[in-house]
Design a protein around this ligand. Structure first.
Ligand SMILES: *Cc1c(COP(=O)(O)O)cnc(C)c1O
Length: 391
């Protein structure tokens, strides 16, 4: 059986880094060296300095490239370092079209940093292809997609956007953090660069910050590598190892969390105090069809709105199981408050325009028993109602 015939799950474990060829160790060695001895004046080895290439980081870069079906992977010190480095492919006078409910850090990069370098942007609702086409300018170089989006889980048709981009000679960047390549492979759908905050599901344990970028086109890979080496926001070796460790259990974690997310979303949808549930696994999700076509599952992140701000505060005060924190994709469930956390970098007016209300909560479902989470939510909603009735 050749490698190509193994399933994705099997390749998470049995890839070319399953053991170290020098020692047989079944874990990639963590190579702390910053520099590498060279054999002679006219003969340099493969490795010279760890910003340019490091064997531990390279193993992770190989693994993510294979997982995404790309030709080259690059690992960065955070998701934002990967995203920002990809934007350095642009030059003064260029323009990007960005999905409007983009991750808060990406919003900040586009609106506060790229603008200072003369790179323009237009935010659009990417679920509306006409709006995307209308935003295109002669200097548009990138269509920037996040799907499902954060925190409203809106779904963009990656293939349709890639086709529009190709038609105007622009690149398509896709932030694939919420899905991971286990559920969605944007390069196969025509995207040029896939970006990840590996801090989330790929790392999976809320214990490391990391970012990844993958390309299919070799020339684009060389350009992005040159920027990684120039800008220098590379991933450290210990973190690279932690992400590789996390990736080994990606499929089992995703399967479990995703099944629980479906149950929790259905529970919330039927609760009278919950006004809206955003989850691409619900058949009434506006882009359910598109998502089912381009991804192998809805993932494990959902968001929901509570009837009013008083209930909302009481609910958060009484919920016990999930950690109340920024971030997602951990083994523990994480409840977060986009208006004050991931999207705090966005002005109130922009948040409201995008439908990120003050009673919206985002839940990243971990590996707990879904019944326990549902019971916890039930109790918290019950206590919230009683408390408010007393007042
Ligand atoms: C967290 C996140 C990022 C940023 O990644 P960091 O690792 O925190 O720098 C980018 N995009 C999405 C969708 C994220 O959730």
């Amino acid at each position: 059986m050749t490698k190509q015939e193994y399933s994705f799950e099997t390749q998470l474990l049995h890839n070319k880094h399953k053991f170290d060829p020098n020692t047989g160790a079944v874990s990639v060695p963590v190579q702390y060296a910053s520099t590498f001895h060279q054999p002679s004046v006219d003969k340099f080895g493969k490795f010279d300095y760890s910003r340019s290439l490091n064997p531990t980081r390279e193993a992770l870069e190989d693994i993510i490239a294979d997982m995404e079906g790309g030709s080259r992977g690059l690992a960065f010190s955070s998701g934002m370092a990967a995203i920002s480095t990809a934007f350095l492919l642009l030059s003064q006078g260029d323009h990007v079209v960005v999905t409007e409910d983009v991750y808060g850090g990406t919003f900040r990069m586009v609106t506060q940093v790229l603008t200072r370098f003369g790179i323009e942007h237009t935010f659009v609702d990417m679920t509306n292809l006409e709006e995307v086409k209308a935003a295109i300018q002669p200097n548009t170089k990138v269509l920037y997609v996040e799907t499902p989006s954060n925190p409203l889980l809106k779904v963009t048709d990656i293939e349709a956007i890639s086709t529009i981009a190709k038609g105007i000679g622009a690149w398509t960047f896709v932030d694939n953090t919420f899905m991971t390549p286990y559920l969605q492979r944007p390069l196969d759908l025509g995207a040029d660069i896939v970006l990840h905050s590996a801090t989330k599901f790929l790392g999976g344990h809320s214990d490391t910050l990391s970012g990844l970028a993958v390309v299919k086109d070799e020339e684009l890979g060389k350009q992005l590598y040159a920027l990684q080496n120039s800008f220098g926001a590379v991933l450290g070796v210990q973190d690279a190892w932690l992400v590789m460790r996390g990736i080994k259990t990606l499929s089992v974690r995703m399967n479990q969390s995703q099944e629980s997310a479906k149950q929790i979303a259905t529970y919330l949808e039927n609760h009278p105090l919950i006004t809206n549930v955003h989850f691409p696994g619900l058949e009434n999700h506006p882009q359910y069809e598109i998502h089912s076509r381009q991804a192998d599952g809805p993932g494990a992140v959902l968001s929901f709105e509570i009837e009013n701000e008083d209930f909302f505060k009481e609910f958060v005060n009484h919920v016990e199981l999930p950690v109340f924190a920024v971030s997602l994709g951990g083994v523990e469930s994480i409840l977060s408050y986009p208006a004050k956390m991931s999207h705090a970098a966005m002005p109130v007016s922009e948040r409201q325009k995008r439908g990120i209300s003050n009673t919206l909560l985002r839940l990243s479902v971990g590996l707990e028993s879904p019944e326990d989470i549902i019971n916890d939510f039930s109790n918290a909603l019950e206590l919230a109602s009683r408390h408010l009735i007393k007042e």
